[in-house]
Design a protein around this ligand. Sequence first.
Ligand code: SAM
Length: 297
Amino acid sequence: MKEKIFVPPIKIQGIKTKLVSFIRENIIMNKNSVWIEPFMGSGVVGFNIEPTYAIFADTNPHIINFYNQVKSGKITPQIVRVFLNEEGKLLEEGDDKYYYIVRERFNKNHDPLDFLFLNRSCFNGMIRFNKDYEFNVPYGHKPFRFSKAYITKIVNQVEHIYLLLKMRSWEFVCQPFANTIAMAKSDDFIYCDPPYIGRHVDYYDSWDEQSELSLYNALLESKANFMLSTWDHNDYRKNDYIASIWRNCHKVTREHFYHVGAKERNRRPVIEALLTNYEVEECENLSSGAEYQISLF
Ligand SMILES: C[S@@+](CC[C@H](N)C(=O)[O-])C[C@H]1O[C@@H](n2cnc3c(N)ncnc32)[C@H](O)[C@@H]1O
């Protein structure tokens, strides 16, 4: 039977909803392990694993603020419902003009409820900040954007997390990945989903070869088991960093389809990879193959 995946209230580009089951099948944890997620993004992976203990971190302060306010009870499902009912009505009356009023307000006050509103009404549910750290995604035009059904869906998503947070020991921390990885003890499990090199769209989210190397070194120093999500290849290119920076890892892969537009012929396959520092079933040991000549270390 297909596993039901919980989709969180804050969306992000690169969300791993479709890969949660694949990731779950390949993790190694015991009941005392802390789930450590240095690049939480939407949080969809850890939120579905539902560990007892977790540290969710990200450099984007707005994601972290939102969940800290849900945890403290400053944001409740009922508060979200009232807020989205009111703001949704104003959006319907003011259309894009009102969207840009909220965007400006958010860029001054950084209210997490405004962040939720923008994330759920902007173009393609993207998160993107300019060089002055201002949210700059345009409006995603749609009549009745905050319909009753849509508001209920978002409220249910918030409620799911709100209830989980009452039963779990989860921390949300705004910090760079190296600080988060340094918090891991040998029994813990680190799941990393960094931005992909060359797909930089956001100033909280820049990533280059040096970042990838620093991540590798931070993970190498850790005593914990780790897993890294990355892409392996598509029809045109392969990810050369797997054979260079990550060559000492074990690898499992899975095909995944991205949809570009609605047409069937626009389905683009990409092979996603999970790299680990432990053996997983049917994994490939990257260092057992050819010798790679690299000058990265
Ligand atoms: C690909 S997204 C993670 C997606 C997430 N796994 C999901 O399914 O929603 C990468 C995240 O890393 C964060 N990030 C970028 N650079 C970072 C850094 N140096 N340290 C910590 N987080 C960073 C971004 O803000 C973004 O939320």
